[in-house]
Design a protein around this ligand. Sequence first.
Ligand SMILES: Nc1ncnc2c1ncn2[C@@H]1O[C@H](COP(=O)(O)OP(=O)(O)OP(=O)(O)O)[C@@H](O)[C@H]1O
Length: 255
Amino acid sequence: MSNPLIQLQNVFYQYEQTEALKNISLKIEEGDFLAIIGPNGSGKSTLLKIILGLLKPTKGEVLLFGKPVPLFKEKELIGYVSQKSNAFNTGFPATVEEVVQSGLVKKAGIFRSYPKNTQSKVKEALTSVGMEKFSKKNIGDLSGGQQQRVFIARALVSDPKILILDEPTVGVDSKNVRSFYHMLSHLNREHQITIVLVTHDVDAVSKSISHVACLNQTIHFHGYQNEMDSMSDEQLEAWYGHSVRKVNHRNEGQI
Ligand SMILES: Nc1ncnc2c1ncn2[C@@H]1O[C@H](COP(=O)(O)OP(=O)(O)OP(=O)(O)O)[C@@H](O)[C@H]1O
């Protein structure tokens, strides 16, 4: 088997007062679609920041494409959409295509010499998230869910191999959450993009993902999505911090 795209080896992270992550070992292989789930304050965003190299582990090591993070320079291979991306108000002076094009700034450099195929790359990225019809619209005039799709297109325009998303459905109304995850599933299966996301939508996401990781400071379960049902009540309680009732909802699913 080839190297995992992301590998954490015995990672710890301590904020001044809080031990946020304890002894995390995790491998994410090419083609995985992993959801990281856990209660509030369980370390999910911290774990993403560690993977992205935005925080340095207090102990342990992270490898990206087989290289330790400090030696990994091909940043465009990883697209990141943070929790607060979808915060543009009506009147923000940028069109959807301008926002997506800004995802190429790293490649264009300070003189902004964009590649010749920029327009087709922007169109392709918008098409892959189902937003091509909105390219001339003002970003501030879109709904939260549509803005979030545009931010995913911005992350995709530089052809990343991995897409990392922190609670991407914040601002997406509940009717559109499933179609949002369906779009991510399409990116994973048809465009071979490895996806790692943090979410609270346990039920809505379950049809799209391949793997799940249950986090609460440490990883209590990591495996195929359909194996999660085999977690015992004790394991669930250890993970969630109090007893959890297993419910199989079809149309809701916030944990
Ligand atoms: N900048 C910071 N300084 C100090 N402590 C922090 C900081 N950021 C997070 N923490 C603490 O670290 C722990 C993990 O936080 P983190 O934001 O990673 O959790 P989370 O699972 O993403 O939470 P949520 O689901 O509420 O977004 C929490 O106890 C939090 O209070």
